[in-house]
Structures are given as C-alpha cells and as structure tokens.
Unconditional design. Structure first.
Lengths: 114, 130
C-alpha cells in the first residue's frame, strides 16, 4: 500500500479553527489587560489571588486550548511548506503536537493547583 | 521536435530574501516568523508563569530573572512577536472578508500594522519591562 500522507483535505476546518481561536485569544488578551489594570498585582499574594478566581482560571484555560489549536494549524502550515521529506515532516509534526498538548496539560496544572 | 527529456534540468534560483519583498509580503513573512518564535518560546513562558504561581520565593526569583538585561531583551522580542502577529492577524481577518484587498489599501494597512505593532511594543515594553 502506497498511501501519500500529504494534501489530506487541509482546508476549511483548519482555516476556521485558526480564525476562531485567534478571536478567542484576542478577547482574552483584552480582558486580561483589563483585569491586570484593575488588580495591579505587584506581589505574590495578589498575583496568586488573581489566578485563583474561577472565571480567570476558566478564561485562561480557554486561551490555552485556543493557543493549542491555533499554533497547531500554524506550525503544520510551516512544516508543510518547508519540510518536504515526509518522514522528517511527520516526526516534527509529532514533536509539535507533544509540545502543545504538554503545554496545555501544564497550564491546567498551573491553573488548578491549590 | 526535440525531446523535452533531452534538455538538461537546470537549477532554479529564487530571489526570496525577505529584504526584497514588497511591504505586504514583509508583513506576511514576519507574521509567520513571529508565530514560530512564539511557539518556540512557549514552554519557557509557561515555566515563568509556573514559577511565579508556586511560592513567594519563586515569584521573587522570576522577578529577578526578568530584571536581567538579556532576559528583558528576549521578552521585548517576544512582546513584539505577539503584537505584530496580532496586528497582522487582524489585517488578515479583514482580508478574509475581502476588506482592503486593493493594492493601495493593502499597502496602507501594511504600513499601519508595522507602525502600530512597533508603537505598542514600545509602550508595553516600557510599561512591563522597565
């Protein structure tokens, strides 16, 4: 079997995911700046308190999930454009996915630790 | 008719230096580069967040790390990467709905993206790092 691991309908879904995740992250950025301006955390206690709020944890989680999806589409595009040998591209894609999923998992731990 | 396969395959050279790009092209490749840079330093940034939310001592350690000139420079670069990626991205969203597609507007918005992202970088850098 000679299956070609390229050109597999990359199109509307990735395009849409990139745009939606971008909008989510932009909204979070604005909200985060507003929250920073309101709380003005200068020492550990205040900083920790900011991230202990339920809405802040949830919003930051949504940011990281969006980042995971957004960065995946972007990096996949870069790899697709510059790494022609399939074995190398597949290997790098796997590394990118592991880094992104690991980052999301780490973010969850950071946000929900006591 | 001579057979095409008899012609030698000559090497192709594309003059693809970013410095030779028209401004919208430069904005585009910087959008890609900034995105890749943000990805590459994502784990480090997460590490800083992680440490800052671990204990008061670790928070202080992060503050001291960020105070180092070399680290400040890297963070400034990441700040620019984020802001350029954001501004160029917004321009792309407008292009997606076919706004600003004509050449004059496209060039003007490219200038705006470069200008706005540099100004915001300077402002944010001054506010956050100094």
């Amino acid at each position: 079997m000679n299956r070609v691991v390229v050109g597999a309908h990359y199109g509307l879904r990735g395009w849409l995911v990139q745009r939606i995740s971008a909008i989510v992250m932009t909204l979070y950025t604005v909200a985060f700046l507003v929250a920073l301006a309101a709380a003005r955390p200068v020492e550990y206690g205040q900083w920790k308190a900011l991230f202990s709020q339920g809405w802040m944890r949830l919003a930051t989680l949504l940011f990281f999930v969006s980042l995971l999806l957004h960065a995946w589409v972007g990096m996949r595009d870069i790899l697709m454009d510059y790494i022609k040998p399939t074995a190398w591209r597949l290997a790098l894609e796997i590394v990118v996915i592991l880094v992104l999923v690991g980052a999301a998992g780490w973010a969850v731990e950071i946000l929900w630790r006591t | 008719m001579p057979d095409a396969s008899l012609k030698k395959k000559r090497p192709l050279w594309y003059n693809l230096s970013p410095l030779n790009l028209p401004l919208p092209g430069l904005v585009s490749i910087l959008h890609r580069i900034s995105g890749a840079a943000l990805f590459l330093l994502l784990l480090w940034l997460l590490y800083l967040l992680d440490q800052s939310l671990t204990s008061a001592e670790r928070f202080e350690a992060v503050r001291q790390t960020i105070a180092q000139p070399l680290v400040k420079l890297v963070l400034l670069g990441l700040l620019w990467a984020f802001l350029h990626h954001l501004c160029a991205g917004i321009r792309y969203l407008f292009l997606d709905v076919h706004k600003g597609v004509d050449l004059a507007t496209a060039r003007a918005t490219s200038v705006a993206v470069i200008a706005v992202s540099l100004v915001l970088t300077a402002l944010a850098g001054w506010r956050l790092l100094w």
